[in-house]
Design a protein around this ligand. Sequence first.
Ligand code: NAD
Ligand code: TYD
Length: 339
Amino acid sequence: MQLLVTGGAGFIGSNFVRHALNRWPDCRLTVLDKLTYSGNRANLADCEADGRMRFIKGDICDPVAVAGAIRNCSAVINFAAETHVDRSIRDSSDFVRTDIEGTRVLLEAARVNQVERYIQVSTDEVYGEIAHPARSSEHDVLRPRSPYAASKAGGDLMALAYHTTHGVPALIGRASNNFGPYQFPEKLIPLFITNALQEAPLPLYGDGRQERDWLAVEDHCVALSLLLERGEPGQIYNIGTGVERPNIDVAERILNLVGRPPSLIRHVTDRPGHDRRYALSCDKIRALGWSPRQDFDTALAETVQWYRSNDAWWRACRGDEFAAYYAQQYDQRLQDARA
Ligand code: NAD
Ligand code: TYD
């Protein structure tokens, strides 16, 4: 299999590249990545020497770059996206550009090149929040509530339209919140781990009782491989563990693992439009033979250990650009929390 992996230098993409090289001895991977603030060639350092992977720096919105990268590929998996809800609240323009228009450019290239599989990597956030005890299933109406979620929903709809109209063998995986190694430290788990390691406060939005289903990235990679091998074009597959946890519980576990006191938690002003709960029903992917293998507590402890052991990696991520972002996003909130 010759596979185009877009966004392969990001968190899930780089974990997927490693997983694919192990899973398919005969594979050839082309990684196309723009290397935005969250894309990092160092995430692929251990794969660079493997002759089966080549890296191209380029934008999925650029039809020429995509045409060059997709040549000879029989399948595409699209991880490339703007991915952080808080950044989408500040400025959604790059989200619309990459997550919708970039997806369209990729689908168009997939059509012209007659690829055999196209996987759109999507999120449970396209369904919007859902109250206890209900769970979102694949045929539910989409009710995205953040600009990030709306842009991902746009990409999903484009993939389905290209399947219906042009016969592109596209299918969609909608996963819950991922965690694990190489996650850029703006998202909850790596932000809280790296803050805790520095004995800095943990800014918990609102009452911290919002719930997410935390999926170990390795389990997500296994599910996506299965979709490449056996998923049905035109179909949507939810991917989650089925267990939701309040953010405050996750924060306390992280502090416990790092060896810091719960007093580092600060309840700060909530995110606007903050989705209270995501929960998925995952019968379709389970029917393909997938189930999550990683235990949450073990995977969280391993993730904490990974950040401890990769101090230089996350400190480089938390450079000047990140410091400016952090100041804008959190300084006032943390000051207000102290008052
Ligand atoms: P990430 O931000 O770590 O990585 C995104 C990657 O895409 C980066 O390497 C970046 O350089 C690249 N990229 C961005 N714009 C690009 C463009 N225009 N052209 C080419 N490359 C570009 O994100 P992630 O957490 O690894 O997410 C990967 C995918 O999985 C996204 O589509 C996201 O919506 C989806 N997803 C993420 C989660 C999660 O919890 N992280 C959960 C469900 C779904
Ligand atoms: P995040 O990792 O940004 O993922 P998403 O918003 O896509 O689910 O956030 C996960 C949860 O953690 C979400 O409920 C928002 C909350 N959160 C905080 O309380 N504080 C923070 O600093 C961040 C980044 C997130």
